[in-house]
Design a protein around this ligand. Sequence first.
Ligand SMILES: [Zn+2]
Length: 761
Amino acid sequence: MAISHSGGFPRIGANRELKKAQEAYWKGELSKERLLEEGKRLRLQHWAVQKEAGLDLIPVGDFAWYDQMLNHSLMLGAVPARFGADSDCEDVDTLFRMARGRAPGGTPAAACEMTKWFDTNYHYIVPELHKGQTLKLSSTEIIRETREALDAGFKVKPTLIGPLTWLWLGKVKGEAFNRLELLDDVIEVYGQVLNELAKLGVEWVQIDEPILVLDLPTEWHQAFESTYNRLQGKDLKILLATYFGGLNGTTTTVVNLPVEGLHIDLVRDAEQLTAILDRLPSYKVLSAGVVNGRNIWKADIRSIVSKLQEASERLGNRLWVAPSCSLLHTPVDLECETDLDDELKSWFAFAVQKCQEVAIIASLLSGNQSPEVQAALATSDRAIETRSQSSRIHNKAVQKRVAGISSGDDQRNLPYEKRAVVQASRLKLPLFPTTTIGSFPQTVAIRKQRRLFRKGELSKRDYVAAMQKEILDTVARQEALGLDVLVHGEAERNDMVEYFGEQLNGFAFTSNGWVQSYGSRCVKPPIIIGDVSRPEPMTVNWSRFAQDQTSKWMKGMLTGPVTILCWSFLREDVDRSVSCLQLALALRDEVVDLEKAGIGIIQIDEPAIREGLPLRKEDWPDYLNWAVKSFRIAASGVQDETQIHTHMCYSEFNDIIEYIAAMDADVITIETSRSDMELLDAFEQFEYPNEIGPGVYDIHSPNVPESQWMKQLMKKAAEKIPPQRLWVNPDCGLKTRDWPEVEAALSNMVQVANELRDELA
Ligand SMILES: [Zn+2]
């Protein structure tokens, strides 16, 4: 019998119950007791759902009040000193203070840093490590939850993030040191936890070491053997889990680590199966991650079973079946989707359905031919069949257009130096031109109008009139401030990806397909279901209206192809580069239409270009080449006199600067204020050739920036970049801020630009 299991289930609840409880607790509207009860209720419900779906082994340890990495930091007692030396690691308030800086109980302190979990859109709380730190078992949440599940009668497999992954993802604070110096302490704590779990009668524990799919320094690779040697023999068995990629080059070492089982991601790397089968010691379990934990498509069960046939024959009971990774990255339950049409619904599988698929695959591998299993197989076959034929997915005209992309399509006519001259004589902007990144405050009134329009309670005409009024107001305020290049403010946009996805063919949207992004924040990514095209202009009317209200230049505002791609669920039947090129062509048409409407400056935002980077460096050039090409295709349909801007945030540029330059945007605006303009070093060293707007103040803070401080930053920038190529702008969009602080900040910013001009004149 092939065992079916999972490495984790979404913790947020089918109706985001966890989010609601967390936020109510933070606001003081829910007691701590009730919060804890709600967590317990969700855990029990999720275990029951997975058992009912047919899984043999149910994960414990995937629940978190905020983040699973943070759980481990508390387990190890890695609480930064600023939260108080005697912080109670068992108290959720300690956890919330680390994650958010504050909680209903305890003293506030600066929150811990948060960053992306591998190449997902989930963010974890970064462990803070310092030299000489003592780590000791400080939270036994995992033991309590395991007991809770066992008491409720579930057959469980506790799941932990591995000691090496936890350390690798930690960040050194203070004096530099080798993080591996802390490994002894970490192993000691894990050893204690494993002992406790063994006492509860647990047979299997899963330990996740996703860093095994990264390019690791040799020293770290070598640390695996000694670490798992020391964790061996705890009276329970360890399933070592890798995911988000293949083992690549380290297969022999990893299959021989002293553990009883190995989980591999066969969705990301199907090829690795043969090599692993050939090397797997005869006592070991192999868990095949075959159902995609990172997407929403129904699995091709027949094909999966056929690909696992040989493994099944060779391994027998030692073959397990699972999703490729934790289901944290998928929405909870397709049954909650009431607005999707039947055909779309028949193509999708969310976490609950993915558990069912895993169970069916395990049954088929075990020779189970029951009517239920046969029916599930037939349903899967039908979904695959209709998807392969559907005109909602396959659009010949789009495919033909992509195939016809020629070498000139991603080139502007003139090189930048010559375009700059043409643009300067047309745009007639002053030295140090001032602008903003695009969005202005999304007030309660704006959100209300959008909501009423969505619900059908506001007519299209009234909605457009309301939004135009907002644009008028935004334009007037910018003129009063004396900004040089204006924006329309984006009042009509709910989100920078969804707004475009909703107007493009080839996208689908869920009404409840929430996925946790961090803490209580959930996102509902659009789904790219098929070939992408633009039935009609998306932003032109708004931009034209805005331009008509002013004699200054109005920027057209678009989200770039790579960013739309990175923040959507992807197709599985084509490479993501194909969808990206299709998006590029759709946006190219929009850019050309904006130009025709008299918009002389068009910004194509690509904040996510770095997020799309593959996990292994050897795969970077391929990705960056098609990503840059896609941007250029979107940007290159216009005349040389039209100025193309792009914006990126949260980006470190050093290792990809040549590709950033290759995007050939006339102007790039970037986030630099928090790094004190240090990010500009990459642009300076590389001799970045085009114009740059280094953000002069951090829009994430409500503080109004001082002129003198911004001026210092600009002077610092002018030491690195010729002043003729510098713009003055904030770090990012202003939609989360209030008007009074925005106006005060921008007024200071405009003053800085004026002073700089005077000084240079
Ligand atoms: Zn930004």
